[in-house]
Ligand binder design. Structure first.
Ligand code: NAD
Length: 495
């Protein structure tokens, strides 16, 4: 590695500092601790918020091009040592090196993309109802952003939150997930080297109940942006409500993956497999439930089993590996329990359903690709997020039927449709009630799109112009330059 492992210290007010406790970082591929980090407490969180508040006026007052220059330098530094960051992600999170390279590239793109908004954050001038007046709507920084991220993209999600916040003129206090603090600490060192001024970005390692709650209940935070699970999202919303702090929540998903009989079957099979098994099934937009039209159901299942059987489960650092470990033992056990429950409710196991027993998976949190059929719509495996390499496949007879099953979910993040029938495509676009619809392709989502979910997938959204808008507040200004000396409260003629 050109870069060493990042030090265990956090970035607060431009300084790398320790915390009151330490925590091991575990490599999910081996189950062994390989690093230690300091953990913050609520006092350090409040210190970070104060430093972000103090730094914001000067950062917000810079010309946007000056902020963009710092962001371009961040992107350059990420790309310069991309392979090292990819290996760091693999070590603490367990995704394959191939995917980790994509994550690092994506992180750099967030900074490049949002730096382009330096000349594009603009207000509006509206005609007034009075002669000699104008109305302005200005778009201004919010102030201090509290950002809370999960473990599944520990490097890119720092960028997804920090990049739009910075170009908008905000300052940030970001808390990483307790399981994957190193990627955010590496990012902290990049921010420092890129010349981000003291206090503008603060990076904390810490637990949700202590540091997360301190951010969400702090009176001096202008937005909480969080990516994570539904239960945590609910708690954050309730806590933030104490101070009426706005929240943007990107929560879980239960994406339906629909394959019509006329679809390109090989494309659909490969897409369904990739969309389920990427990051060992730990992506919010993953194919969580596959629906296949009856005439091609048997052929789909046969091909899907063949593709699944060909995937190599093993050392995520090996470029030949397709599926690495789950992030930790608790997540592995959650998936095992979900499969056991489905089987006890009558599901049929076509493949997998256990941990692998081949080298080099000993000690790691691995699970084999698992395929289930014989399912009923009320089973948890079709209703709750699984977040693992488990594929429930369900046949259906009519388009109406599958749209109803797809929409019958408290989640509403992503949905997939594979067909070449334009009428069905348009009906799906109109009738499938999800925030993101992919037709004949899978994710990842694009920077210029808007990544958002309906229902319990959370009131929030990231990326693109709509994501950026969450980091801006609007101020309306009424300007009278008419020289008139009348005071007129009623501009509208009666009647
Ligand atoms: P999680 O909810 O357990 O943790 C997310 C973050 O919230 C962590 O940093 C955690 O420390 C923090 N947290 C926990 N309790 C808190 C509290 N009381 N107050 C404030 N912060 C608190 O989620 P996870 O297990 O890390 O991530 C997996 C989940 O994230 C899945 O449900 C997945 O679908 C979702 N996810 C969603 C998206 C999206 O864009 N919609 C993207 C990635 C992951």
């Amino acid at each position: 590695m050109n870069i060493p492992l990042p030090g265990p210290e956090m970035l607060v007010n431009g300084k790398f500092r320790t915390g009151p406790t330490q925590r091991d970082v575990i490599n999910p591929a081996t189950g062994q601790a390989f690093a230690k980090v300091y953990m913050a407490d609520a006092d350090i969180a409040h210190e970070a918020i104060a430093s972000a508040r103090a730094a914001q006026p000067a950062w917000g007052a810079l010309a946007p091009l000056q902020r963009a220059a710092v962001m371009r330098e961040i992107a350059r530094l990420i790309r310069q040592d991309a392979e090292d960051y990819a290996r760091l992600i693999v070590s603490e999170q367990g995704k394959t090196i191939k995917e980790a390279r994509g994550e690092v590239g994506g992180a750099a793109e967030f900074f490049s993309y949002f730096s382009e908004f330096a000349r594009r954050i603009q207000g509006e001038i509206l005609p007034s109802d009075h002669a000699g007046e104008q109305i302005w709507v200005q778009r201004l920084p919010l102030g201090v952003v509290g950002a809370i991220i999960p473990w599944n993209y520990p490097f890119a999600l720092v960028a997804r939150k920090v990049a739009p916040a910075l170009i908008a003129g905000n300052t940030v206090v970001l808390k990483s997930h307790e399981e994957t603090p190193l990627s955010a600490l590496a990012m902290a060192r990049i921010f420092d080297r890129a010349g981000v001024p003291a206090g503008v970005v603060n990076i904390l390692s810490g637990t949700g109940p202590e540091v997360g709650e301190a951010l969400c209940t702090a009176p001096d935070i202008d937005l909480i942006t969080m990516t994570g699970s539904v239960p945590t999202g609910k708690r954050i919303m309730a806590n933030a409500a104490q101070n009426l702090t706005p929240v943007s929540l990107e929560l879980g998903g239960k994406a339906p993956f629909i394959v019509m009989a006329d679809a390109d079957l090989d494309l659909a099979v490969r897409s369904a497999a990739t969309s389920r098994y990427m990051n060992c099934g730990q992506v919010c937009i993953c194919n969580e439930r596959t629906y296949v039209e009856r005439p091609v159901y048997d052929a789909f299942v046969e091909k899907f089993l063949a593709v699944s059987a060909s995937l190599r489960v093993g050392d995520p650092m090996d470029p030949a590996t397709d599926i690495g470990p789950k992030v930790n033992l608790a997540e592995l056990e959650k998936v095992e329990a979900r499969v056991a429950q489905a089987l006890s409710e009558g599901a049929e196991l076509l493949m997998g359903g256990h941990r692998p027993d081949h080298s080099p998976t000993e000690g790691g949190f691995y699970y084999t690709p698992t395929v289930l059929t014989g399912l009923r719509p009320d089973m948890a495996i079709l209703r709750d997020e699984t977040f693992g390499p488990v594929v429930p496949i369900v046949p259906f007879d009519t388009f109406d039927d599958v749209v109803e099953q797809a929409n019958d979910s408290r989640y509403g993040l992503s949905a997939y449709l594979f067909t070449n029938d334009m009428r069905r495509i348009m009906r799906a676009v109109n009738e499938i009630d999800f925030g993101e619809i992919y037709v004949n392709r899978i994710g990842p989502e694009s920077l210029q799109g808007f990544h958002t979910g309906f229902r319990n997938s959370g009131p929030g959204g990231d990326d693109g112009v709509h994501g950026l808008d969450k980091y801006l507040r609007k101020k309306t200004v009424y300007i009278n330059y008419s020289g008139s000396n009348t005071v007129d409260l009623m501009p509208y003629p009666a009647g």
